[in-house]
Design a protein around this ligand. Sequence first.
Ligand SMILES: [Zn+2]
Ligand SMILES: [Zn+2]
Length: 254
Amino acid sequence: MDVVELHPRLHLLRFSVGQAYLWRDGGEGHEEGLTLIDAGPAGSGAAIAEAVTALGRHPRDVRRVVLTHFHEDHAGGAAEVSALTGAEVLAHRLDAPHVRGEVPGPTPVFEEWERPLHERAARLLPPGDFERPARVVELSDGDVLDVGGGAHVVHVPGHTLGSVALHLPRYGVLFTGDTVAASPVDGTVMPGVFNLDGRQVLTACRRLAALDAEAACFGHGEPVTEGAARALRAAVDRADRGAAEAGGAGRVPD
Ligand SMILES: [Zn+2]
Ligand SMILES: [Zn+2]
């Protein structure tokens, strides 16, 4: 696992598949504490706890794990992190049953070109089932968490039904989960892949662009630390143009 400082309060944790983020509160009259946004694949818990220690904090300082959605590359390590740190686990109420393992999550509706990509990513994940957090605090759109001076939960269905983004207006930071990604080839910002509903993802990207965040932290691909809203708008415009070209007269209306 790689650890990269993006901001004095923000570190990127990079796994074999996907990324998580560690946000540090404290000072300036704020409560001390760490918040993890996503928890990596199963087996990541110990490495995350070590990273916290290496940053000069105690694993117990991790107060919460906010899951952007239930997929294994984001929620797989949640139970381990919770056991090692005592952190509570939070997820949108529509994804929470999948995070707890009560109900299998729905499989993405793949575009043909996504299938080989997904197979390759799946091979990098640990095989078999994994431990699930017994308790998940359920989030809804508009909830505000005591993180970064007030972190707004933005429900952005499309990648999964219960996908959320987390927006920290005070710092201009947006955690997008897999609703948005950056290309592994050239860092171009784009709507995420492996979705339940690609059109909903575009709507979600528009909503996230309108938040005017300066920095955007994706589930996959290099974060954008400047001009994130502009990059998001450009991503939506490109996707709209692509859809219009692919659509044409035979397109079924919404
Ligand atoms: Zn995902
Ligand atoms: Zn992912």
